[in-house]
Design a protein around this ligand. Structure first.
Ligand SMILES: Cc1cc2nc3c(=O)[nH]c(=O)nc-3n(C[C@H](O)[C@H](O)[C@H](O)COP(=O)(O)OP(=O)(O)OC[C@H]3O[C@@H](n4cnc5c(N)ncnc54)[C@H](O)[C@@H]3O)c2cc1C
Length: 393
C-alpha cells in the first residue's frame, strides 16, 4: 500500500483495550496519529488463558516492530497435530519448517497475559484510559463524541469500535444485528506442567466422541488447554470443582497426557465460554465510526483466528487512514472493508463449518469423517492454510 501524506489526525478514539484496540493504537501511533484507548475494566489484564498466534498475526506483529517480543512471549510451535481421541493422526496440519518456508513466520502459543503485557509495554501509559465504560456516540460533520457511563465524554476526529463481540459501538451503528450461538461451549485452563517428549513443542488437537481437547505448550513450564462440546447456551461455570470433575471424566477417553494436564490445572483458573459468532454485517463503518476485531467479525474459535484477524484489522486501518487522511474517511473505511471483510467473513464461515465437523452427532458419521481426513492429501491442507495465513496487504 503506497502512503500519501495528508492531515494526520491527532485525536482518534478507540473503544476497547483488547487485542484489537491495543494493536490498533500501536499501528496508528507508528504512523504518527494521536490516539486514546478507552477501556471499561479498571485494570487491563487478559481474560481467557492462552492464545495461539498464527503466522499471519506474527507477520503483522513483525511489521509493527514486535517480532522479537512476540516470539519471546511463549512457545514457537514445531508442529500442529490433529488426532483422534487415542492420539492417532487424522491430519497433518503444518510444521514450523513449512510455515517458515511459505509465510516467513512461525506459530507462537502464549499466555494471553504475556501478549497483553507486550502490547501495553509498547504503548505510552497515558494513552490507555481505564474505568471508562462507553455508552454511546454523537457525530457531527467535524467530529465524534464518545459518552461514558460515569457521565464524562471524549471528543475525537473518528471513533474505532474495538469493544469485542458484544460491542456497544456496533449496537448503536447496527441495532438489528444479534449474535449466533454455535451450539457448543468451551472450557479453557492453564496447567502448571510442561508438555514432554514429542509434544514438548507441538500443539495437539484431539477429537473424541463428544468432546474436543487441545493441548498447547506455552513455555515457562505451563500448558494451555481448551475443550469444546455440544451444549445449550447459558450454563454456569460457578461450580468449578464439579466442572473439573466432569472434564476429568471425559478426559479418560483421550490419550495421555490429557487427563494429567487437566488434573494439574487450578480449578479457579477454569473458564467456560459459550461459543458465539456474528452474522455478516452489511457494513463496518458509518461516517466517522468504524468497527474492528470481534466487534465487526466475531468468529467461533475453531480456527484460532479471532485475535489474529483483529491484529490484521489494526494494521490495515492505520494504513488506509494514513493513505487517505481525515478529509476522505469514507474512501479510507471503504478500502479497509474491501481489504479485510472478505477474509474475516471467510474465517467466520469456515470456523462455523469446522465446528460442525468436529462435533458430528453419530458414531458412523465420525468414523467416516476420520477416514476421509486420513486420506486427504497434504496439498489440500496447504491450500486451506494459504487462505488463512497469507496477508493480502
Ligand atoms: C475459547 C476461545 C479461544 C480462542 N482462541 C484464540 C486463539 O487461539 N487465537 C486467536 O487468534 N483468537 C482466539 N480467540 C478469539 C479471540 O479471543 C478474539 O477474537 C479476540 O480477543 C478479539 O479481540 P478484540 O480486541 O476484538 O475483542 P476483545 O478481546 O473482546 O476486547 C474487547 C475489549 O473491549 C472492552 N469493552 C467491551 N465493552 C466496552 C465498553 N462498553 N466500553 C469500554 N470498553 C469495553 C472489553 O473489556 C475488552 O477489553 C479465542 C476465543 C475463544 C472464545
Amino acid at each position: 500500500m503506497v502512503a500519501r501524506k495528508h492531515e494526520i489526525m491527532q485525536n482518534i478514539i478507540i473503544i476497547g483495550g483488547g487485542i484489537g484496540g491495543l494493536c490498533t493504537a500501536l499501528a496508528l501511533r507508528r504512523k504518527g496519529f494521536g490516539v486514546h484507548v478507552y477501556e471499561t475494566v479498571s485494570e487491563i489484564k487478559a481474560v481467557g488463558a492462552g492464545i495461539i498466534l498464527a503466522s499471519n498475526a506474527m507477520n503483522v506483529l513483525a511489521r509493527l516492530g514486535l517480532a522479537e517480543q512476540a516470539q519471546g512471549i511463549g512457545m514457537t510451535l514445531e508442529r500442529l497435530e490433529l488426532t483422534d481421541a487415542a492420539g492417532k493422526a487424522l491430519f497433518r496440519v503444518a510444521s514450523k519448517a513449512e510455515l517458515m518456508r511459505d509465510y516467513g513466520s512461525p506459530i507462537v502459543a502464549a499466555l494471553r497475559a504475556r501478549l497483553y503485557e507486550t502490547l501495553l509495554n509498547a504503548l505510552p501509559p497515558d494513552i490507555v484510559v481505564t474505568n471508562k465504560h462507553f455508552e454511546r456516540y454523537d457525530m457531527s460533520d467535524t467530529g465524534v463524541t464518545a459518552h461514558f457511563a460515569d457521565g464524562t465524554h471524549a471528543q475525537g476526529d473518528i471513533l474505532i469500535g474495538a469493544d469485542g463481540i458484544r460491542s456497544a459501538v456496533r449496537r448503536q451503528m447496527l441495532p438489528d444485528i444479534g449474535l449466533r450461538y454455535s451450539g457448543q461451549t468451551s472450557y479453557r485452563g492453564v496447567a502448571h506442567i510442561a508438555m514432554r517428549g514429542t509434544l514438548a513443542q507441538a500443539a495437539r488437537e484431539a477429537w473424541g466422541s463428544q468432546m474436543r481437547v487441545g493441548l498447547v505448550p506455552v513455555g515457562f513450564g505451563q500448558t494451555y488447554w481448551f475443550t469444546s462440546e455440544p451444549a445449550a447456551a447459558g450454563g454456569s461455570d460457578a461450580d468449578k470443582a464439579s466442572a473439573k470433575r466432569r472434564l476429568l471424566a471425559w478426559a479418560s477417553e483421550f490419550a495421555e497426557p490429557t487427563a494429567e494436564v487437566i488434573a494439574n490445572t487450578p480449578e479457579a483458573s477454569l473458564i467456560r465460554t459459550d461459543m458465539y459468532d456474528l452474522p455478516l454485517l452489511p457494513t463496518w463503518h458509518s461516517r466517522r465510526v468504524v468497527l474492528l476485531g470481534d466487534a465487526a467479525h466475531a468468529t467461533t474459535p475453531n480456527l484460532g483466528q479471532g485475535g489474529c484477524q483483529a491484529i490484521e484489522d489494526a494494521f490495515v486501518i492505520a494504513e488506509v487512514l494514513h493513505k487517505h487522511g481525515a478529509t476522505d474517511l469514507h474512501t479510507a473505511f471503504a478500502e479497509y472493508e474491501r481489504i479485510r471483510k472478505p477474509k474475516a467473513e471467510m474465517i467466520v464461515a469456515r470456523s462455523r463449518q469446522f465446528g460442525a465437523l468436529v462435533h458430528m452427532r453419530y458414531g458412523w458419521q465420525r468414523a467416516l469423517r476420520n477416514g476421509v481426513l486420513r486420506l486427504m492429501p497434504a496439498a489440500l491442507g496447504q491450500w486451506q492454510n494459504r487462505a488463512v495465513l497469507s496477508l493480502n496487504f
